[in-house]
Design a protein around this ligand. Structure first.
Ligand SMILES: NC(=O)c1ccc[n+]([C@@H]2O[C@H](COP(=O)([O-])OP(=O)(O)OC[C@H]3O[C@@H](n4cnc5c(N)ncnc54)[C@H](O)[C@@H]3O)[C@@H](O)[C@H]2O)c1
Ligand SMILES: *[C@@H]1O[C@H](CO)[C@@H](O)[C@H](O)[C@H]1NC(C)=O
Ligand SMILES: *[C@@H]1O[C@H](CO)[C@@H](O)[C@H](O)[C@H]1NC(C)=O
Length: 303
């Protein structure tokens, strides 16, 4: 698409620099939040933690919220936490195991009929093994990749075509800091999250390249959050993020079309530093701060 010439190179670089300046400006003066009232938001893993709170927040903003989870108990809990009549009338829970692609396509069609076209897709469901590489059971490695990465392909296949047709929509990937940094006890988890980050970045480029710029992407990479998913981990320097705080920041990033959200803020700096440091220096920095040992006390959800 388009031919490479000296002129195309310099025009491209000119706009690249313009957007850099715009981004610096927007760091100080954030762009306005978009109005999402009346929009349809689909959230996977809506029966617990971040997904549950995101469901409530988007319902408060006047969205119709479609919640998917394997846990029907979790979904009913989410519904019961929606305080008023208006919110509960806009809550549409569906039991769906996102690792079963046939089920994903089937439930996606049902959603289309019952509620309508999904405007905002939030791939949030996730699981973690939390063991050293050689202690990870094969089944858990496969499951982790399936839930944290491969399921995103199925939900995207189901809902992205509609967004592209309307040149309007938003794909949100709840990845993790583990999608940018590796550490002991997270080999399968980090692999799945790096993959989710890569998928979203490549998709962002495809959308820009095809000039479907009405469809936005946001990838979220938080450090540990206190939802219970990482129960037991010890974080001597950086405290766990409060889930309400994480959810507020995620909603804000979506409403402002932010392409990438790292939490807490210092992670932007650490991510940049990692690109400059030798591997051993990066490792020793992580070790000195106690981060490398954080998974040693992991218990996770004791279901
Ligand atoms: N909690 C943290 O410290 C933390 C940090 C960074 C990133 N994240 C990511 O944020 C996301 C949400 O995490 P959370 O802390 O809210 O976790 P959580 O365990 O509270 O919630 C995850 C939800 O996903 C659902 N789920 C699991 N497998 C599923 C499947 N096959 N089909 C449908 N639903 C399924 C679970 O039933 C659960 O309701 C995850 O992707 C996680 O990796 C969490
Ligand atoms: C965000 O994207 C939507 C299109 O999806 C657009 O209408 C809106 O103006 C954008 N808002 C910001 C703050 O960029
Ligand atoms: C990592 O840090 C711990 C202290 O928390 C220290 O005992 C250990 O020797 C360090 N490991 C390496 C490889 O430097």
């Amino acid at each position: 698409m388009g031919e490479f010439t000296v002129v195309s190179f310099f025009t491209g670089m000119f706009w690249a620099m313009v957007y850099w300046v715009v981004a610096i400006f927007q760091f100080f003066v954030p762009p306005p939040r978009k109005d999402v009232s009346g929009k349809i938001v689909l959230i996977t893993g809506a029966g617990s933690g971040i997904g549950q709170k995101l469901s409530i927040e988007f319902a408060k903003l006047g969205c119709s919220v479609v919640g998917w989870d394997i846990s029907t108990d979790g979904l009913s809990k989410t519904g019961s936490l929606m305080s008023d009549e208006r919110m509960t009338s806009q809550w549409h829970p569906y039991k769906c195991d996102i690792t079963d692609r046939h089920r994903v396509y089937e439930v996606a069609e049902k959603v289309q009929e019952d509620v309508g076209c999904v405007d905002i897709l939030i791939n949030n469901a996730g699981i973690v093994t939390g063991k050293k590489f050689l202690d990870c059971r094969d089944e858990m490695i496969i499951k982790t990749m399936e839930v944290n990465t491969i399921a995103h392909f199925w939900t995207l296949k189901a809902f992205l075509p509609g967004m592209i047709d309307r040149d309007s929509g938003h794909v949100v990937t709840v990845a993790s800091g583990a999608g940018l940094f590796g550490m002991p006890g997270q080999c399968d988890y980090a692999a799945s999250k790096f993959a989710a980050v890569g998928l979203t970045e490549a998709l962002y480029c495809e959308l820009e390249y095809s000039k479907s710029t009405g469809v936005k992407t946001t990838v979220v990479c938080p450090y540990y959050i206190d939802t219970g998913m990482f129960k037991g981990v010890e974080t001597p320097l950086l405290p766990m993020i409060k889930s309400d705080d994480a959810v507020n920041q995620i909603v804000d990033a979506v409403l402002r079309n932010k392409t990438m959200l790292l939490m807490p803020r210092i992670v932007y700096f650490l991510y940049y530093l990692k690109g400059l440091m030798p591997a051993k220096t990066a490792f020793l920095t992580g070790n000195a701060s106690g981060t490398m040992a954080s998974m040693d006390t992991f218990r996770g959800r004791v279901d």
